[in-house]
Design a binder for this molecule. Structure first.
Ligand code: NDP
Length: 446
């Protein structure tokens, strides 16, 4: 790995990368198939990623003709890192065996361990024989949409592909590691003005928020739209808030502490609800909704912006979904990509049909959407939401922080990068955008 790092530090030519020896093994954050039952009978909140995520040496796989092997400089923790490490709602090892049935090379994925992680920034080391647009030495970020481009259902919108998967969650050889195997059509140029860790934290959450709000596959937000954003300084919300502000919308950001409210204010979001201070109780008990609390939330939103939201950016799921469907404006859209607090959702259909509302299910993003979202990062129009940086050795602890909502924005993980702040190739652009904007989340967490 030392030689690889030297070549990266020296901005070496393609030929120099081609002549490097690829190590037979590498370090990665892995979960183990024989531990998939380790948390059975334990409450979700008590399932501890620090117990299930191991840092181990794994064998370097060969690459398929349409793949690339990358040196991972940095990665990030996503909520799917939490899901895979607590084996909820299901163990991800089932996905690996299903993938293995698809082709000879896909069998590589079915191992007694899974290298997890669905974000990365790094450098291409090797490309397969059919890769045209990328070469060793290219600096990249990776989006996590893993699709079979020979499957007709993957065309038009690749998220509709019958065997679409999330890399590092439903595949092996993910990004929380020193090396990673990705499809060439997951690669995107690394933003030149950002460090490795700033570049690594965006793709998954940024692209998801872009599709949910901006894309014609999502809510198609337009100027002046009022958008209620749950978890507005969380992984998804930090980007959603920026999209609403950039697109001329009016964000109403929901957070759970004065510290998070202060971050929102600094981002330029004026309408803020602290859900902890408000103390909403949308459920009387496990089975009974509290409609008057939905009305109270609606009243609070009207109090702040004078009208109901055109769009609700929904992901907490069971705890908030009924309220989201209630408060959205007549004819408005609830866009959802998740259900952190529970996936069996309930809402009052009378308000839905009589008020002609729309519900859009959304999941990650296709290559085009991820590319557009990455382009905005590259231009400095969307900022990385990096708040903390951990080493690869501390991946379990970092995942535990996200599991318990102790973080803001995104947590970065240094993989091969020897320290923070490295990999910035365009300091002029960085100066132009301004450190204050780029490091907003990092400063707020210190
Ligand atoms: P984060 O934990 O970073 O942020 C989510 C935020 O939501 C929290 O910080 C919290 O903010 C708020 N929140 C959590 N629980 C509740 C609740 N019960 N009621 C109200 N607000 C709540 O996670 P991400 O934003 O990265 O991901 C959120 C969800 O989306 C996860 O389930 C994840 O798996 C999923 N996801 C799905 C994707 C897809 O492609 N389908 C892509 C990315 C994420 P606060 O406490 O400040 O209110």
């Amino acid at each position: 790995m030392e030689k690889i790092l030297e070549a990266i530090a020296a901005n070496a030519e393609t030929k120099a990368f081609e002549s490097l020896t690829i190590p037979n093994s590498y370090r990665g954050a892995v979960i183990r198939k024989d531990e998939a039952e380790m948390f059975v009978g334990i409450k979700s909140a008590e399932k501890d990623p620090r117990k299930s995520v191991h840092i181990g040496e794994v064998r370097t796989p060969e690459i398929a003709p349409d793949e690339a092997l990358i040196a991972v400089m940095a990665s990030s923790i996503n909520f799917n890192t939490v899901w895979s490490s607590i084996f909820e709602p299901i163990s991800t090892f089932g996905s690996l065996s299903r993938l293995a049935r698809e082709s000879e090379l896909a069998k590589r994925h079915d191992l007694p361990y899974q290298v997890i992680g669905s974000d990365a920034s790094g450098v291409v080391l090797r490309v397969g024989s059919t890769v045209r647009n990328w070469k060793p030495g290219d600096k990249v970020t990776v989006h996590c949409n893993h699709v079979d481009d020979q499957d007709p259902t993957s065309h038009n919108d690749s998220m509709l592909g019958s065997n679409q998967r999330i890399w590092g969650y439903e595949t092996n050889f993910g990004g929380l590691a020193e090396l990673s195997v990705v499809k060439a059509n997951q690669l995107m140029p690394k933003p030149t003005h950002l460090s490795w860790e700033e570049s690594a934290v965006n793709a998954l959450c940024n692209s998801t928020s872009y599709r949910m709000l901006v894309s014609s596959n999502g809510a198609k937000m337009k100027q002046g739209d009022v958008v209620l954003i749950w978890g507005a300084t969380g992984g998804l919300g930090a980007y959603a808030t920026q999209y609403v502000l950039n697109g001329g919308g009016i964000p109403v950001g929901v957070v759970s502490s004065p510290e998070k409210a202060a971050i929102l204010r600094e981002m330029g979001c004026e309408a803020i609800i602290d859900r902890s201070a408000a103390g909403y109780k949308f459920w009387n008990d496990d089975n009974t909704h509290n409609e008057s609390e939905w009305r109270r939330l609606g009243g609070d939103i009207r109090g702040l912006v004078g009208e109901d939201p055109d769009i609700v950016f929904e992901h907490p799921g069971r705890s908030t979904f009924g309220a989201s469907m209630f408060v959205v404006k007549k004819g408005g859209t609830v866009t959802t990509c998740a259900a952190t607090s529970g996936y069996m959702l309930e809402f009052d259909n009378r308000f839905f049909w009589m008020r002609l509302k729309k519900l859009v299910g959304s999941h990650f993003a296709n290559y085009r959407e991820a590319w557009e979202a990455n382009r905005l990062i590259g231009k400095g129009m969307i900022q990385p939401a990096l708040s903390q940086v951990f080493t690869l050795d501390n991946t379990g602890e970092a995942a535990n922080q996200v599991h318990h909502n102790l973080h803001e924005g995104k947590i970065g993980v240094l993989c091969l990068a020897p320290g923070e702040g490295m990999g910035i190739d365009n300091p002029e652009l960085r100066d132009k955008i301004g450190e204050k904007k780029i490091s907003l989340f990092r400063r707020s967490s210190k």
